[in-house]
Design a protein around this ligand. Structure first.
Ligand code: SF4
Ligand code: MG
Length: 317
């Protein structure tokens, strides 16, 4: 049963009277309870906007968002407040998202302060200590400040903070992109362990396909505001259907030199077009190696080609 279901979701930003930035355009997907959905795409593809719109941080332009079968538009304000308590976000840059003048205790306790979830200061402190332990930090760090920590440790503080209200659903918006490669895997495996232990549902946003497979049950690929492919992680890596997904995959170095290189590097020509004036028809057509006449005329429909494997491309019908 889906915890989250979005249908034809749009988030447009009006730049001025004549220009509209279509950051998220007609995206439909669902996330089952306990599942991790990876969302991948280059910067500017709309993946963060998608996350923020789902979180309610941005008001959607059109479309539907349902949690547990309930339309968010039809919820009373109090219901929506309760819902948002159950949803938390982890950000890309843990340093920018943590107030440098607050201690670890204050930072991690802040969501609990807002929602008054403890009886007294001892309970507050104990909960924070427990959260620090869960994310692999020392409980004696309570009175330290963010600048005293490494990037990976700061991201752990950000994760502890996101867990403070026992959320059901977490959107991790490029949580590892700002970290050293050596630390990225540690944070991914931490999130994976927490996801399992707590039965979290998660949307894990990334700008490439290198780490996302270790954490995602399914993966969606976005390009210029559109979801262009969605499938199980296994199928996406084994038989990517969309030319853009194929190009993203071909950019990942194969770590084991004994594995025979099956993929050829596909270099995309040209620049990412502006989402303010996206190409007609298929948004990927200006960079697609397989572009055909119909691609500029007709928008390819997001279609289920095989069970659970969706793609928007005229090559697959
Ligand atoms: Fe390429 Fe056409 Fe498919 Fe778009 S619809 S990805 S341009 S082949
Ligand atoms: Mg982003």
């Amino acid at each position: 049963k889906p915890l989250l279901k979005i249908k034809h979701l749009k988030k447009y930003f009006e730049i001025d009277r004549s220009q509209i930035l279509k950051a998220v355009d007609n995206v439909s997907l669902s996330i089952s309870a306990g599942e991790t959905l990876g969302i991948v795409g280059e910067s500017g593809c709309g993946k963060s906007t998608l996350g923020r719109t789902i979180m309610g941080l941005y008001e959607k332009t059109d479309g539907k968002i349902e949690f547990n079968g309930q339309d968010v538009d039809l919820m009373a304000a109090s219901e929506r407040f309760r819902l948002h308590r159950r949803m938390q976000m982890i950000f890309q840059d843990p340093y920018a998202s943590l107030n440098p003048r607050s201690t670890v205790l204050e930072l991690v306790a802040e969501p609990m302060d807002i929602h008054k979830t403890y009886k007294n200061s001892r309970e507050r402190k104990e909960k924070v200590e427990q959260l620090l332990e869960e994310v692999g930090l020392n409980r004696n760090y309570l009175n330290r400040y963010p600048h005293e920590f490494s990037g990976g440790q700061r991201q752990r503080i950000g994760i502890a903070r996101a867990l403070a209200l026992n959320p059901k659903f977490i959107i991790a918006d490029e949580p590892i992109s700002a970290l050293d490669v050596s630390v990225q895997a540690q944070v991914v495996f931490l999130l994976k362990r927490l996801q399992k232990e707590k039965g979290l549902t998660m949307m894990f946003v990334a700008h490439d396909l290198s780490m996302v497979k270790y954490i995602s049950d399914r993966i969606g690929v976005m390009y210029l505001g559109h979801l262009v492919e969605l499938s199980s992680s296994h199928d996406l890596y084994e038989k990517p259907l969309h030319p853009y997904t194929q190009a993203l995959l071909s950019a990942i170095p194969i770590p084991d030199p004994d594995i025979e290189e099956k993929r050829e590097r596909i270099l995309l020509e040209g620049e990412l077009p502006s989402p303010i004036n996206p190409p007609s028809g298929c948004v990927f057509r200006t960079r697609c190696p397989f572009v055909m006449d119909t691609c500029s005329e007709k928008v390819p429909e997001f279609t289920e080609i095989e069970s659970g494997h969706f793609v928007a491309c005229h090559l697959h019908r």
